[in-house]
Every structure is written in C-alpha cells, then in structure tokens.
Design a protein around this ligand. Structure first.
Ligand code: TAP
Length: 487
C-alpha cells in the first residue's frame, strides 16, 4: 500500500527554478528531453525553457501507463484513500503557491495579482473540494434518485487551453482522480510549464505511477490522445472548432466526451443599476486575464437611456488601468498570450472598425517587446458585426444598446454560444425573469466572473456540453451502475 505520511510543510519557495529543458511525465517519471520546442514569455518574447514534443509512441506509453494504474494500485484504493492524495496535492499547491503564480505569469503573460489571488488559490480549492467528495461517492449516488453506485470510466484524456493553464488542469484532474479515473493530460503548446510543475507536485505527493501523465506538444498530441482506442473518456476545453472535430471523432464510439468551448457573453446593464458598481463589473468582465476568458462579458448590452453615462464612466475608469509588466503587483492588464492570438484580436478589431464601429482606447504606452493590446471599447456596434458575433478572446468590449428587458434577452441570446451572462439591476424580480430566459449556462447577477468549485460551469449550444465543478461536474467522470432490484 502507498504511504500516507504528511511531511512538514516545506518553506514557501520564493525562488522559481525553471529547467533549461523538460521531458514528458509518463508513468511517474520524467523522460529525457527531446524533440524540443521553445516556450516563451509573451511579455518580452524571451525563451523561458525548451519543452518536449510528444510523439505517437509517447501517447501509447502514457495511455498504457494510465491503464496499468487504473487496473492496478489506483483502482484498488478506497475513495477515502484517494481523497487523502487529493488533500495532499491541494496542500502542496498552497505551499508552492508563489512558485506556481510566478511560473504561470511568466509563461502566460497574465498579471501576477491574478495568478496569486485567483488562478492558484482556486486551483487548490478544486483539489480540496474534490478530496471531500472522494469517500462520499460510494454512498451518495449521483444522477436520478435511486440510481445505483457509481464507477469510474477508466483512462481519461484531458486537453486544455492556454488561458488558465493551472486552473483548467485543476478543473480536469481533481474530479477525475476523486472519482477513481486515471489521466493523460495535454497542456496548451504555449503554456506547458505549470503542468510540468504540477507533475513534480504529483511526485511530491507520492501519487502512484501512471495515475497522472503529462504530455506536452502541439495540437497533434491532443488529436492522437483523443483518438486513442484505449481512452475511455475525453475532457476538452478549447475552441469550438477543435471541439467539433472531437465530437465527430467520438461519434459512434464507446468514448464519453465533455466539451467546454467558446463564448460571447452579454453583460446587461439596466438603467436602475448602481452605475459605479456596474462599471467595475464591466471592467472585470472583459479585462480580467486580458479578456482571454471563455465566459468574458465581451458584449455590453446597456439600456439606451444610460448608454452615454455608462460609457463615459467606463472610459474614465479605463484611463486608470495599468497595462504593462505582468510581474509588477500593480499591473491590471498583462500581455496577450501569443503572437497568433494578438494577430487574431487585431484582425477582428480592424474588421469591427471597417463595419462601422467606433474604436476607443485610453492613452497607454505599451512595452516595445512582447505581445500587447490596449484595453479597447467599440461603440456603435450592430448585432450583425463580426465583433458582436465572433469570440475575440482579447481586451475588447463591444457595446450595444437595448430599450426593454425583452429586447435585452433577445439580443443576449442572439449568438451561437451560450456559456455565461451578467445582469445588473436593483430589481430582484427582474434578475429572476432574465435568468429564466437567458440561454447561458451561468448567469451572474450584479457581479461577474465569479468562480467556485462547488458551482457547475458549462454551456449550451456551441459553448459545448457537460458541466465542470459541483456535483454535476462529477457526473461526467462516472457511470452509474443499475440499482439492485428486489428487496
Ligand atoms: P484550441 O486551439 O482549441 O486548443 C485547445 C487545446 O486543444 C490545446 O491544448 C491545443 O493544442 C489542443 N488541440 C489543438 N488542435 C487539436 C485537435 N485537433 N485535437 C485535439 N486537441 C487539439 O483553443 P485555444 O486557442 O487553446 O483556446 C482558446 C479557446 O478555448 C477559446 O475559444 C475559448 O473560448 C475556449 N475556452 C473555453 C473554456 C471553457 S471552460 N468553455 C475555457 C477556456 C478556453 P495547442 O495548444 O498545441 O494548439
């Protein structure tokens, strides 16, 4: 049996060690680094490290290791014993929080105050939350009342994007392990470092070999992984385009899949909303993580009679935002994650202007090197404009107006996506009326971008299917055996 000695908490490390090169993490060991590619700091384009590109044989080895672990030591553990590992991982994440925050900021470009206060603490919270579930699953049946006990699927392939590298990992790995599955995870090509540090955490927690495997590389690794015949379940977060290709590849197979895809959320401000509070919500809704957030409030729907006041106050507030060095604790907006993403944002904003939108940004001096885009407001946007329909995934707010609640609902729902929405009003009855009609997986009222491991998150329509977080999130990782019949 594995040991469960809790070592004394190591000192929180303030020095972050980045190796010159990294191998893959397979079957409890790091492989020799090879087929290397650079991972760069998007804030200054410096090379942080070189990382291994996994090949088809690595995918085979990782899936086989996950299978052995599932059928071996991990599969034999009770829920209570599994839970101890999750608690241990959660504690180590907290102990090494500074390392994770610095590494994530360097590799992703997001401000250190966000990695420190949001990404890392919520990642740890996901492990704590799911640790608490592990021993209850044997007794608390999920699904319909009277459903039988639950069983894990087996080997889970997990493919995640670059916008919340550690947090997306936690959203995926914690419920998979709590329910008794084993994992092969592929982080995004541009942000592999926190997943590799997480592999070290798995070693430190003495997780049995093969329970978590990390394969770095480009989209081909993700594709080989999701198409692997010995994978039982796929959990994917990323673009709708890749999500569609995964849905096609699993169609007709025995594999289960959950897809968390894009969004084009409406943040709806009524004329009775407290304006200063709403402006703060608009700012955090679209400029948090440079707007590279699937549930970002990228469409502001503001009631026509308060449009000018809200936009004027918003512009004043944007003038106070600090854009620049992500490692500076006072920075509000950091770098865009990659050159490709910067080009996409630039192209879409130019398209918006060409279609008739008016573009505004506060005065700000952007660093000379790296990938930067200023906070941007587009007014005079029509529902048909590309900036109102396509996901920009950048610090760009498209402003539209409405007159009545019914018109607000119609405009908010006029999108291929359905991930999130926000409503700002003093009237509780209106909040409930709107929440009933908005086709969005999450509706925030007088707040925005609030995340909690106890709360299910996921979308409708082209935002994907399945939920992550809460009791609903666990359902994606288990099958429910038929309840015994008879007395
Ligand atoms: P994608 O290009 O879809 O990439 C997501 C992940 O899939 C990456 O690891 C990527 O590898 C991999 N991948 C690429 N092609 C693949 C294929 N054919 N088969 C399997 N995996 C493949 O998205 P992105 O650009 O990284 O992320 C931005 C998108 O993700 C946005 O649309 C955003 O809304 C969405 N997103 C959604 C959510 C939720 S919770 N709904 C959360 C975050 C992001 P590479 O990195 O090497 O390309």
């Amino acid at each position: 049996m594995p040991r469960f000695e809790y070592a004394p908490a190591p000192e929180s490390r303030s020095v972050v060690t980045i190796e010159p090169s990294y191998g893959l993490y397979v079957d409890g060991e790091f492989t020799r680094p090879r087929s290397l590619f650079d991972t760069v700091n998007p804030a200054d384009e410096s090379v942080l490290a070189q990382v291994s590109q996994a090949g088809p044989k690595d995918v085979d080895r990782a899936v086989a290791a996950a299978r052995r672990a599932f059928e071996g030591p991990w599969g034999r553990l009770s829920g209570a014993e599994r839970g101890k590992y999750l608690f241990r991982i959660a504690r180590i994440l907290q102990e090494r929080a500074r390392e994770f925050a610095v590494l994530e900021t360097l590799d992703n470009g997001k401000p250190i105050k966000e990695t420190r206060d949001v990404d890392v603490p919520i990642a740890a919270a996901h492990f704590f939350y799911h640790a608490g579930w592990a021993d209850k699953l044997e007794y608390a049946s999920l699904g319909e009342p009277g459903a039988g006990p639950v069983r894990p699927h087996g080997v889970v392939a997990q493919v995640i994007p670059w916008n919340f590298p550690l947090l997306m990992l936690a959203w995926k790995v914690a419920p998979a392990l709590a329910t008794g599955n084993t994992v092969v995870l592929k982080p995004a090509e541009t942000t592999p470092l926190s997943a590799l540090l997480f592999a070290q955490v798995c070693e430190q927690a003495e997780l049995p070999a093969g329970v978590v495997n990390i394969l770095t590389g480009d989209g081909r690794v993700g594709q080989a992984l999701v198409e692997h015949p010995d994978v039982d379940k796929i959990a994917f977060t990323g673009s709708t385009e890749v999500g569609r290709s995964i849905a096609r590849s699993v169609a007709g197979s025995r594999k289960k899949a959950t897809l968390e895809l894009g969004g084009k959320a409406a943040n709806i401000v009524f004329d009775d909303a407290p304006v200063d509070q709403a402006v703060e919500g608009i700012v955090s809704g679209i400029f948090f993580n440079q707007g590279q957030v699937c549930c970002a409030g990228s469409r502001l729907l503001v009631q026509e009679n308060v449009h000018d006041e809200v936009v004027a106050r918003l512009k004043r507030r944007l003038g106070t935002l600090r854009v620049g060095d992500p490692m500076d604790k006072n920075t509000d907006l950091g770098a865009i994650n990659s050159k490709a993403q910067l080009e996409r944002i630039t192209g879409l904003v130019e398209a918006g202007v060409a279609e008739g939108a008016e573009r505004w940004s506060p005065e700000c001096t952007l660093p000379g090197k790296g990938y930067w885009f200023p906070p941007t407001v587009l007014t005079g946007v029509a529902q048909t404009h590309r900036v109102a329909t396509e996901e920009i995934f950048g610090p760009v707010l498209s402003v539209l107006t409405f007159r009545t609640p019914a018109e607000a609902v119609a405009k908010a729902n006029n999108t291929a996506y359905g991930l999130s929405a926000g409503v700002w009003t003093e009237k509780g009855s209106r909040i409930l009326w709107m929440a009933d009609r908005l086709r969005a997986g999450v509706v925030w009222a007088n707040t925005f971008n609030r995340f909690d491991p106890t709360s299910p998150f996921g979308g409708y329509k082209e935002s994907g299917y399945g939920r992550e977080g809460g009791r609903h999130g666990l359902e994606a990782y288990v099958t429910t055996a038929a309840a015994p019949t008879g007395a």
